[in-house]
Ligand binder design. Structure first.
Ligand code: ZN
Length: 192
């Protein structure tokens, strides 16, 4: 008898993505981390805002442009306050703009620490469906996640997928990125 149980797992990023780009001080490509601080410049009511990154080698800075030459009247005053206060949610919103960052950097590392808030699986289940959700997308690959979740290697994950012991909805491949509301169904006794 097949007992299918559904669970929701939330993927929670523990840090912001690292970027790689040329460091003006080191004179070479270096890894930078997000300082989680904005730089706000207001000059004659014209506002510029950047998110500050620091070189992990020399602490040299790179400023990620967020707003360029915007008239102060065109920005919500509450939003300006959030920029001034380095509001963490706002920092993370921009620090996870991976596609935008990629245009300005050599690369953006999506290999960041994350946790999964998960419900305990029913040990009697031989078929489980997990719905995934997250607030911050960092391009996590499905095979990496499944490997982390169940403690099996990525090659085993791919074998299980080919055998139909793991299926995805929508119909994605194992090397695709995790998307919100992705359903992963696992069958058998290997995942308990
Ligand atoms: Zn440097």
């Amino acid at each position: 008898m097949s007992l299918n149980h559904s669970y929701t797992y939330e993927i929670i990023a523990q840090e912001t993505p690292y970027i790689k780009r040329n460091c003006n001080k080191c004179k070479t490509v270096r890894e930078f981390y997000c300082s989680e601080k904005f730089r706000v410049n207001a000059n004659q009511k014209i506002v510029d805002i950047w998110l500050i990154y620091n070189c992990i080698h020399c602490e040299g800075t790179w400023n990620y442009p967020i707003l360029s030459r915007i008239h102060i009247n065109k920005i919500d005053s509450l939003l300006i306050q959030k920029f001034m206060n380095n509001d963490q949610e706002l920092v993370w919103k921009y620090a996870f703009q991976i596609n935008e960052l990629r245009k300005l950097c050599s690369s953006v590392s999506t290999e960041i620490r994350y946790e999964v808030r998960k419900e305990k699986l029913d040990t009697l289940s031989n078929e489980v469906t997990i719905r995934l959700c997250y607030q911050y997308d960092f391009g996590l690959r499905i095979d990496k996640l499944v490997s982390d979740l169940f403690g099996v290697s990525r090659s085993e994950v791919n074998k299980l997928f080919q055998n139909g012991d793991i299926s995805l909805k929508p119909n994605l491949t194992m090397n695709s990125k995790v998307i919100n509301n992705l359903l992963i169904t696992v069958i058998g006794d290997w995942f308990r």
